[in-house]
Ligand binder design. Sequence first.
Ligand code: PMP
Length: 411
Amino acid sequence: GAFLPPLADVVGADERVSLLDGSSVLYANFDYAASAPALRAVADGLLAALPQYASVHRGAGALSQITTHRYEQARETIRRFVRARADDHVVFTRNTTDSINLLAHCLGERGGDVVVLDIEHHANLLPWQRLPGTRLVTACATIEETLAALEDELAATPAALLAITAASNVTGEVLPVTRLASIAHRHGARILIDGAQLVAHQPVSVVSHGIDYLVFSGHKLYAPFGSGVLVGRGDWLDEASPYLAGGGASAEVASGGRAQWHTGPARHEAGSPNVLGAVSIADACTALSDIGFDAIGHHGHALRERLDAGLSVLDGVRPLRIFTDSAGRVGIAGFAVDGFSARTVACYLSDHHGIGVRDGRFCAHPLLTRLGYPAGAVRASFGLGTGVDDVDRLLNALSELVSRRGTIERK
Ligand code: PMP
């Protein structure tokens, strides 16, 4: 195979970890889908912003003005990155989960049914399950049949919202966002796209895909934990009561304590915001645009081909797939290894090889159960800081594990 180095510098790439035998190795991070390491450019931006950090929004001081400017600029950078409409709201939240709960709060007040698939991450399932009119559609064996099932569901009973993931956090399979949006719109519904697993891998255009609401997290986009975004149409957001009540959301509070609320993003951002988190997301957007999604796509594709090919020749390694006709995937490989529990695989990789994968049910219990892995599976996920050497290291470690089947664990 061709030499394929990491595409970008990420923090933590030189971290060493100890193995059970007492030696130490470089940590190989195969858990980008949970939280990706910060890009060096993002970390540098964060360190540069720290000394100039002062109160946001109401401070008159020069550093307060800089901080406020950076925070508001971050919205515009993100708006451009996802090609949002000029009048869309870009609301800062804590993460994807928070963004979806915010929209669910708004829809809960408005009323109207929500349709979701059973392949969703719990973040795009449980907030809707709290609303009375949520309907779960079981994904079919193919994407084509799944789209037809969604169309039938919406045609039979109107809904206000179709809430679907753009890429499965279990298998990496990418769903056809533009077609999902057309289906929703054809039946008078809006669409929410959970972009948590897509935005780091493929360009997303709110306008050309026809997305009404897009949500994602900074920590899966090479920015640190603690900030996320809801981008989308302002009307439902402005009509709802504030998601959080407090300073910043209120335009005027009478002496009796009754508030008049702002419209716009401020309505749902009460309390001092995570400015550095917001700035970091914007810096990550800029860094990804600089690298370019052509290069990002090529890098991801090459690593995925290598990983898939390597996994396919390992005895008793079974890839997880939802669809038989999936067109594309992001940098995620979910799999199970015959004869070993997922936990054993993950611990073996960590203890003997310094490789970090995820095991379990990936906050997608209904999907794991339906795919036949109620006790969980293994997920290796990668990104810009991953090179072909890392993939080969993972494959060699798995090959070693498989060759010891029957000696390590009997099931
Ligand atoms: N949706 C998907 C598809 C995800 O993969 C995740 C994170 N695993 C989430 C939502 C939730 O993201 P967060 O934990 O940042 O809220």
